[in-house]
Design a protein around this ligand. Structure first.
Ligand code: BG6
Length: 508
C-alpha cells in the first residue's frame, strides 16, 4: 500500500507533484532536504501522488541514490530511528537523473522521465524545481528548464511549475539585481521561491503571532517604551568543510544580510493589512527601506568585524579561521559582525538595533531581546543602583521560547528587589520540538504559498543596505585579524561599542 495514501493523512487537498532537486548529491540535500522529505512523508504532509528526483552530475543508479538518502535520513533526521516499514514504500518514489546543468539533452530526458512518472504515479504535470546548487548555476538551470518546456506559463495550463532558489541570491546590490533580471526572463515572480530558511522556523513565524495576536505588547512596541533591541545569531561551530564558500561570502553575506534582516523586519514591521504573502512582504520591505544608510563614521565605529583565532570550544582546542581547510592563511574574511542600526520611521525613531552574529562563539543561540525603558527611579531605586530593565527575549533556538524579565520583591522585611523571569518553553509546553524549517518551506511551496519566502525587492533592498559596507571592507585590510579567540564572545571592540552607548550585550 502507498503509505502516502493512508486515511488519516492531512494531505488530502494537496496537489500531486514531483520535486526535482538540483544538486542532489550536495551537502544541503543530505543534511536538510532528504530528512525534510522523509519527515513530511512520514507525517502525512506530502501529496499521495508524489515523487522526488535527484538531479546531479555524478553517475549513479536509482538504487544507489535511495541508499544514500537512507543514510542521510539515518544521520540527520530529527526523528530517529528510521521507520523501516514506511521507508520501504517511500523509497520507491525516489529517483535519480544524471546530467550536466547546461546540457539540453539532460533536460529533454528529464522532461520525458517526468511525463513517464506523471502517467505512472498520476503526478499531473506539477513540479517543484529545487536549486540547491552553487549560485553561478541558477541562471543556466532556469534558462534550460524554460527552453526545454519544463516551466509553464500558469495562465495557459492547469498544472504548475515552481522554482525554489537557495541562498545566496547575489553578492551585493548590483549582482542581485542582475540575477533577478536574468531569471525574470524565464520565470514569473509568482513561480519564484527564494529561500531564507530562517523564515521556516516555527519560532520566527511565531514573532507575528506574538505581536499581532496579543494586544498587550503592541501598545509598547515603539520608541516610547523600548530603549533598544539586540538581535543575536551565535554559533559555536566554525566553518567546517565550507572553506571555499566562506572565503567568498563571509559572515555578513552568509547570516546578516538575509537571516538577521528577516528577524529584524518581522520584529519591527507594521501590522500587515492581511496575512497574504504580499501584505506581509510589503510591510517587511518598508522596514528595510527605513534603515538609515551607513556613513563613513559608522563603518569605523558602528560596525565591528572580527575573525576567530585559536581557542577552546566545549573544552576542545580548535583551529583558527586562517588554519581551516581551503582558507587563505592571510584571509581578511569576517567570521563575526556586530553593528548598530537605526530604523528611521515613526515607530522606531531613535531606537538602536544592535545586531551581532558570529562563528566559534561560546554557544549556539539565536534570539531577539527587547530592552524596555527604565522605570522612573523615584520609588525603588537603591541609591545610584538602577533596577534591571524589563527584557522580553524571544528565543529562536535552541531552547525555543519567550521570557520576560521583571523586577520582584524578595520575600522578607528588608525588601530588596531582584529580577526574575517568566518563561515559556515550546518543548515543555507543547511536548515536542518544532519541525525543521525546510519541511515547512517545501510544504508551503507545494501548496503555492510564498509568504515565507523572500520577494525580489526584499532581497535587493537588503543588499542595498550592506553594499557600501562590503565595498568599504573590500578596500581596507583589517590589521588586527584574528581579533577574537574561538570560544569567546567576539572582539573587544564590540563590547566597547556598547559601552560607549552606556549599554552592554545580553548574556546568552
Ligand atoms: C546558513 C549559513 O544559511 O545558516 C550557515 O550558511 C549557518 O553558515 C546556518 O550555520 C545557520 O542555520 P541554523 O538553522 O542552524 O541557525
Amino acid at each position: 500500500m502507498n503509505p502516502l495514501e493512508e486515511p488519516n493523512r492531512s494531505n488530502r487537498n494537496i496537489d500531486p507533484c514531483v520535486v526535482v532537486i538540483f544538486g542532489a548529491t550536495g551537502d544541503l540535500t543530505g543534511r536538510k532536504l532528504s530528512p525534510a522529505l522523509y519527515n513530511l512523508g512520514k507525517e502525512g504532509m506530502l501529496p499521495a501522488n508524489f515523487a522526488a528526483i535527484g538531479f546531479a552530475r555524478r553517475e549513479k543508479t536509482h538504487e544507489q541514490f535511495r541508499q544514500e538518502i537512507k543514510e542521510d535520513v539515518n544521520a540527520f533526521s530529527r526523528t530517529k530511528p528510521i521507520d523501516e516499514t514506511f521507508w520501504k514504500t517511500f523509497q520507491e518514489k525516489l529517483f535519480y537523473h544524471q546530467s550536466e546543468f547546461d546540457n539540453d539533452e539532460g533536460y529533454k530526458k528529464l522532461d520525458a522521465f517526468l511525463k513517464e512518472l506523471d502517467s505512472r504515479l498520476a503526478t499531473r504535470g506539477n513540479r517543484v524545481f529545487y536549486l540547491s546548487v552553487q549560485p553561478k548555476y541558477f541562471p543556466i538551470i532556469i534558462q534550460k528548464l524554460k527552453q526545454n518546456g519544463l516551466l509553464y506559463d500558469h495562465k495557459e495550463t492547469n498544472h504548475w511549475s515552481r522554482v525554489i532558489i537557495e541562498k545566496p541570491f547575489g553578492r551585493d546590490a548590483s549582482s542581485a539585481e542582475a540575477l533577478q533580471k536574468e531569471i525574470a526572463l524565464y520565470l514569473d515572480e509568482s513561480q519564484t521561491y527564494r529561500i531564507d530558511h530562517y523564515l521556516g522556523k516555527e519560532t520566527v513565524q511565531n514573532i507575528l503571532v506574538f505581536r499581532f495576536a496579543n494586544s498587550i505588547f503592541e501598545s509598547l512596541w515603539n520608541y516610547k517604551h523600548i530603549d533598544h533591541v539586540q538581535i543575536t545569531v551565535a554559533e559555536d561551530i566554525g566553518i567546517g568543510t565550507r572553506g571555499h564558500f566562506f572565503e567568498e561570502e563571509g559572515l555578513l553575506r552568509d547570516i546578516v544580510q538575509n537571516h538577521m534582516m528577516q528577524l529584524l523586519s518581522l520584529m519591527a514591521m507594521e501590522p500587515p493589512v492581511s496575512l497574504s504573502a504580499s501584505a506581509i512582504r510589503d510591510e517587511k520591505v518598508k522596514v528595510l527601506q527605513s534603515i538609515r544608510p551607513f556613513t563613513l563614521s559608522d563603518f569605523e565605529q558602528g560596525v565591528i568585524r572580527g575573525q576567530y583565532g585559536t581557542g577552546f570550544i566545549n573544552g576542545k582546542e580548535v583551529l583558527s579561521y586562517r588554519q581551516e581547510k581551503d582558507v587563505s592563511p592571510h584571509s581578511k574574511i569576517e567570521t563575526y559582525v556586530a553593528m548598530r542600526l537605526f530604523i528611521d520611521n515613526w515607530r522606531w525613531a531613535g531606537v538602536p538595533f544592535y545586531l551581532r552574529g558570529g562563528k566559534r562563539l561560546p554557544k549556539r543561540g539565536t534570539e531577539i531581546a527587547i530592552f524596555f525603558k527604565d522605570a522612573p527611579g523615584v520609588l525603588f531605586q537603591q541609591g545610584n543602583q538602577k533596577n534591571d530593565p524589563n527584557v522580553l527575549a524571544i528565543r529562536i533556538q535552541p531552547d525555543e521560547g519567550i521570557s520576560l524579565k521583571i523586577n520582584c520583591k524578595v520575600p522578607g522585611p528588608s525588601s530588596p528587589i531582584q529580577p526574575v523571569k517568566m518563561d515559556f518553553r515550546y518543548g515543555s509546553y507543547f511536548g515536542k520540538s518544532p519541525p525543521e524549517a525546510y519541511e515547512r518551506l517545501i510544504w508551503d511551496c507545494i501548496q503555492g504559498d510564498s509568504t515565507l519566502f523572500a520577494r525580489a525587492d526584499e532581497v535587493e533592498q537588503s543588499w542595498k543596505i550592506f553594499t557600501p559596507l562590503l565595498q568599504f571592507w573590500e578596500n581596507s585590510t583589517p590589521q588586527n585579524f584574528p581579533n577574537y579567540k574561538a570560544g569567546s564572545w567576539g572582539p573587544i571592540e564590540a563590547d566597547a561599542m556598547m559601552e560607549s552607548d552606556h549599554r552592554s550585550w545580553r548574556m546568552l
